[in-house]
Write a protein that binds this ligand. Structure first.
Ligand code: PGA
Ligand code: ZN
Length: 429
């Protein structure tokens, strides 16, 4: 038996940032190395994501993960026993084959991603390398441009506003550390302005301010003011939005229908495109995620045709971290950027394949957390070691978010990963 042979796979139920159960896997190797991974959980999920297996029933709101934990401790542990932890591709191929469904519906994407990540960590531990270095396999590494939430909305703030994420990107920063400091100033300024205006009601699921706005657009004027109040020009600090349009939009018989509850407005696809276009004209917005619903492909193509030259257009629910979907979307020009989430794919290898597909297709990419997170900081290492270019973690509050930003500060201090800054955005043409 080699040193990196898996001798034990153990899962336990732990708790995420919303106080909900999730799966932690722990893998031990013959040489005594141990790796752990925890599955995150989304609240505004794409319909084609890997399945987040929950027990159902009345207990814990139906959200318990006893079956997913049992799947790791039973079938997955047996299948991985004795395998070489350094061969992540073979480990993940084994998990995919064992599950046997196209979307991890049998074992659960939460079970497979926890196991897959735990193996990756055990391999790095055995090689005595930090994870970011391990996954770089000697290739280029970089500190990502962070995309950081200031106001939460949509499914993360009781649908108080329809738009899900109002974020900023520190385009003027010359280091990751400086990007965080600049963002901290904006977060602080936004909180003070909202408090003064009587618009602050706490923090949302990802740590952004929970807003009491009267209209979606009020968030944009408030965020623009906060950026100015913090002393930044629009070249230095820009706005980035996740519309998460699948949450309030549907497509029937080829026609999109979008219901903006706060604005008491119902729009068709071209109405949505025009509204977002007017926001692009009026505010310093450099990036928009899921501007239209996941099945409104014609709308996405039209939006990207009109605005792709001046704005990063990210697919999240639409692409679900799937290499084939990313290649198709790039071919038809539906987006110019891909969000990359581990648990949408369900294994590390499939996540990396999605990122590689994005890069090959000329798309920019952001490694992303979920709204349900933990102290697991794997995505920080992956964004850096995979040279992804951008990192989305949520806001600038709550330790499941700050742990990931702080881990990046430690890695930047090594001096081995140069900061990409705004060059990570799609090239303007
Ligand atoms: P989720 O949302 O993690 O709640 O699904 C995050 C996002 O839409 O980017
Ligand atoms: Zn999203």
């Amino acid at each position: 038996m080699t040193d990196a042979a898996i001798t034990r796979v153990h899962a336990r139920r732990v708790w995420d940032s919303r106080g909900r159960p999730t799966v932690e896997a722990e893998v031990t190797l013959a040489d005594g190395s141990v790796g752990r991974g925890i599955a995150p959980a989304g609240a505004s999920r794409g319909s084609r994501e890997a399945i987040d297996l929950r027990d159902g029933g009345a207990r814990l709101g139906g959200l318990d993960v006893r079956q997913a934990v049992a799947n790791v401790n039973g079938e997955i542990a047996r299948a991985l026993a004795g395998r070489n932890a350094h061969d992540q591709a073979a480990i993940d191929a084994c998990l995919i084959a064992l599950d046997g469904t196209p979307n991890k519906a049998r074992l659960g994407g939460n079970a497979t991603i926890a196991a897959s990540l735990a193996v990756l960590h055990s391999s790095a531990a055995s090689a005595e390398e930090p994870l970011w270095k391990r996954v770089s396999e000697g290739g280029a590494v970089s500190m990502p441009l962070p995309e950081i939430q200031i106001f939460g909305g949509g499914a993360h703030a009781g649908r108080r506003v329809d738009i899900q994420d109002f974020m900023v990107m520190a385009l003027g920063a010359t280091s990751f550390a400086e990007a965080l400091e600049m963002t901290a100033e904006v977060y602080l300024a936004a909180g003070s302005l909202m408090k003064a205006a009587g618009k602050l009601a706490g923090v949302a699921d990802e740590g952004g301010w929970w807003p009491v706005f009267d209209a979606n657009e009020e968030a944009l004027t408030m965020l623009t003011r906060a950026i100015e109040h913090a002393g930044f020009g629009h070249d230095a600090m820009a706005i980035s939005l996740d519309i998460a349009a699948s949450e309030f939009g549907t497509v029937a018989h080829g026609a999109g229908r979008y219901v903006l509850g706060l604005d008491k407005r119902q729009l068709d696809t071209s109405g949505m495109i025009d509204m977002l276009g007017s926001w692009l004209d009026a505010y310093p917005i450099v990036s928009i995620e899921d501007p239209l619903a996941e099945d409104d492909e014609a709308g996405l193509v039209e939006f990207t045709r009109r605005y792709g030259a001046r704005c990063q257009i990210i697919g999240d629910d639409y692409l679900v971290t799937n290499a084939a979907r990313i290649e198709h979307a790039a071919r038809i020009g539906a987006v110019n950027s891909a969000l990359i989430k581990l648990n949408q794919a369900g294994t590390v290898t499939e996540t990396k394949a999605a990122l590689d597909a994005a890069k090959r297709s000329g798309l920019s990419a952001l490694v992303s957390a979920r709204s349900g997170e933990t102290e697991d900081v794997s995505i920080t290492h992956l964004a850096i070691g995979w040279n992804a270019g951008q990192l989305k973690v949520g806001s600038f509050a709550r330790s499941e978010r700050m742990a990931k930003w702080n881990e990046a500060l430690r890695i930047e201090e090594t001096g081995l990963a140069p900061f990409v800054g705004k060059s990570a955005l799609p090239r303007k043409n």
